[in-house]
Design a protein around this ligand. Structure first.
Ligand code: SF4
Ligand code: SF4
Length: 444
């Protein structure tokens, strides 16, 4: 009798586990990797700010487990705790068990997404941005021409004065506030598809230009290409490359991210490249993880492995090739901010610092909590403006207190966020801009 009960319990456990496995959504083994030690807690921005277990990595993993085991149902409170995570990966850096937290949160968001109730305007906006605009170069170009006109010809002034966007959508209003100056979109043509170095070629490099970087910060892209050329790289910037898919992965739109990944692989694999260089950490981390994204795609997995093995963040690449150090002086006191997707996502911490230290006259200042998220996190600062503002204030206090003249980092989202928080003429640079500046006036 006891044996029978034991057996039926085992069958029950097995069928429960089967139910979990059949869901095939959150990787249960990864959840079990968490040993609840709590070492990640004080590295988590939302836990630091709120002090709530359910807004910590460990607490969120508890929730994921409870969801997987059907002990809790999706609810507004669950959505809130899961959505408030910035996906900054600071917990991965801190975790002694090697928990792949980013993968867990992405899988959790993917299964929760269909259960959320969005208003029709929000639904329309989400589908417009994720499905129609970001995946299409032509539509992105049209959008940025519109934004350029919007800023250049005073439309922005009227919209802000009358607070028009606030009447339509709070999120749209928050997004508009973040809009930096938009360069004329035609400036992107300064980067031609093939650019050759004046001296002997050392490497043949593909440049991943980044969909937002290309339009909002084309000067950073130009600086990147200049620096690569000055280091003997032949630079190929394929016109038909597309968004890396980062925003789609964070926004639980993995199927679109997969299609974008396939298109990028097809575009770059034909080019016989030594490396594929990206200057936005949020892009390079995703490009490096294409094999994980495409692990179930038989025609693409191996190609994704080859593609990703060539991907380098610009600071990583320049550090590895032993950059030409014929620099002129750049006299500036500069604070360095570790972008999450560079420091936590790729472990790139020393490379940008070492490159900056090579520039004569440049004083590199370390800030407190350098690797704590600034609150940007893709479109997090639009979706969760309150938490984003708290984290930005914390970051800016740490930067301003050093008396630095500029802050430097390696990610588009951080640059947008830091520009919003910068006071007292604090300038914001990408690492590669300072390197380019140091090459100017110096014939090499
Ligand atoms: S990814 Fe960042 S915000 Fe999310 S749980 Fe980890 S440390 Fe916290
Ligand atoms: S550090 Fe890792 S193992 Fe420890 S609680 Fe956090 S996620 Fe779990």
């Amino acid at each position: 009798m006891v044996g029978q009960t034991f057996l039926s319990d085992q069958v029950k456990v097995l069928s429960e586990n089967q139910k979990i496995m059949n869901k095939g959504e959150i990787n249960y083994d990864l959840i079990l990797g968490c040993i609840h030690c709590g070492l990640c807690l004080n590295n988590c921005p939302t836990y630091i700010e709120l002090g709530l277990e359910m807004d910590s990595p460990r607490g969120r993993i508890y929730l994921m487990r409870a969801l997987s085991e059907n002990r809790i149902n999706p609810s507004e409170s669950l959505f809130r705790h899961i959505d408030l995570c910035l996906e900054c990966r600071a917990c991965e850096t801190a975790c002694p068990s090697g928990v792949k937290y980013a993968r867990l949160i992405e899988e959790t968001r993917e299964i929760l997404e269909p259960q959320k109730k969005y208003g029709s305007f929000k639904k329309f906006l989400k589908s417009l941005v994720y499905e129609k605009i970001i995946p299409s170069q032509k539509r992105l170009l049209a959008l940025f021409w519109f934004l350029w006109f919007y800023k250049k010809f005073g439309i922005q002034w009227i919209v802000r004065k009358l607070k028009i966007l606030k009447l339509i959508s709070k999120r749209l209003y928050e997004a508009e506030i973040l809009l930096p100056d938009i360069p004329r979109p035609s400036k992107r043509k300064l980067i031609r598809e093939l650019m050759k170095p004046t001296r002997k070629r050392r490497y043949r490099v593909g440049f991943f230009k980044g969909c937002i970087m290309e339009f909002m910060f084309i000067d950073i892209n130009i600086a990147t290409v200049n620096v690569l050329l000055k280091n003997g790289c032949e630079v190929i910037t394929p016109e038909n490359q597309v968004c890396c898919g980062a925003l789609h992965i964070h926004g639980a739109k993995t199927n679109i991210a997969k299609e974008l990944a396939k298109k990028n692989i097809e575009t770059f694999e034909k080019l016989n490249l030594d490396a594929i260089v990206a200057n936005t950490a949020g892009c390079s981390v995703v490009l490096k993880e294409y094999p994980e994204l495409l692990k179930d795609e038989i025609d693409y997995y191996v190609r994704a492995e080859i593609f990703s093995s060539k991907v380098k963040d610009i600071s990583e690449f320049l550090y590895e090739i032993q950059i030409n150090d014929k620099f002129s002086e750049v006299s500036m006191r500069v604070a360095y901010h570790d972008s999450c997707h560079l420091a936590h996502g790729q472990g790139i911490i020393k490379e940008p610092r070492e490159l900056l230290k090579m520039i004569p006259g440049l004083e590199l200042i370390e800030i407190s909590e350098s690797d704590l998220c600034c609150g940007s996190a893709g479109i997090y600062n639009i979706i969760h403006p309150e938490m984003a503002k708290r984290l930005l204030k914390r970051k800016m206090d740490n930067i301003h207190s050093t008396g630095a003249e500029a802050v430097v980092c390696g990610n588009t989202g951080c640059i947008i966020q830091l520009l919003k928080g910068a006071q007292n003429n604090l300038k914001v640079f990408h690492t590669v801009e300072l390197i380019d500046m140091a090459y100017k006036n110096n014939k090499i």
